[in-house]
Design a protein around this ligand. Structure first.
Ligand code: AMP
Length: 215
């Protein structure tokens, strides 16, 4: 099964996407994680991306499109869940070209949305494990031991772009560049809209019902 999750920063694409991909046994291709790994490894693409990411801007399309095509091809047999790609209409068109070229198709395109106040609260309190990438929230899902990942004991940190000034810019970029994807996808058969403002397990249940067609 191949899935696209899209929606504003902080809506829960990463949290819900990694849980769903694990349960379905498909690959979770999170563009932000792929870029952060490239930045850490100081690859050419990572070095090109870093300044844009620190400022909360989109990395140039040609950089992300080339990176995601390799990952999609590597994982096409098992199925994949795209999280954070595409993020604008040019990327959506590039994805369609890629899928046609390799005789692949998307089964479900899920637009997740929540009021801006929820997004701000979620992003400002977000903590991530440096070792395994698992996400926590200072208020809504705090770790058992401060600063320490419940799953692996790794160190928790706040992403540089989860600072309030950068968050405001990311939300602006979302409204200007990513929100138009709604027009691009909403008339396709694979499209679903999911209210992601509720509690984490309830949102997950609704997401699972969408992709399994149950309920
Ligand atoms: P995320 O982890 O999805 O919040 O992404 C973090 C940052 O990575 C974004 O603010 C962008 O700078 C960059 N990024 C992630 N996905 C894309 C994409 N599809 N196109 C361009 N830049 C991206």
């Amino acid at each position: 099964m191949n899935i696209i999750l899209f929606g504003p920063p902080g809506v829960g694409k990463g949290t819900q996407g990694s849980r769903l991909a694990e349960e379905l046994g498909i690959s979770h291709l999170a563009m932000g994680d792929i870029l952060r790994a490239a930045v850490r490894a100081e690859t050419e693409a990572g070095l090109a991306a870093k300044g844009y990411m620190d400022a909360g801007k989109l990395v140039p399309d040609e950089v992300v499109v080339a990176m995601i095509e390799d990952k999609i091809l590597a994982d096409a047999a098992a199925g994949f869940l795209l999280d954070g790609f595409p993020r604008n209409v040019v990327q959506a068109q590039a994805l369609d070209g890629m899928l046609a070229k390799h005789a692949l198709k998307i089964d479900h395109t899920v637009f997740m949305d929540a009021p801006e106040e929820n997004l701000l609260n979620r992003l400002c309190g977000r903590l991530i494990c440096r070792a395994c990438g698992f996400g926590f929230h200072r208020q809504y899902s705090p770790p058992l031991k401060t600063g320490c990942c419940d799953r692996c004991g790794g160190e928790l940190y706040q992403r540089d772009d989860d600072r309030e000034d950068v968050i405001a810019h990311r939300l602006h970029v979302y409204r200007e560049q990513t929100a138009p994807l709604l027009d691009y996808y909403q008339h396709q058969d694979s499209f679903h809209q999911l209210d992601a403002s509720g509690e984490m397990d309830a949102v997950y249940g609704a997401l699972k019902r969408i992709v399994t067609g149950e309920g």
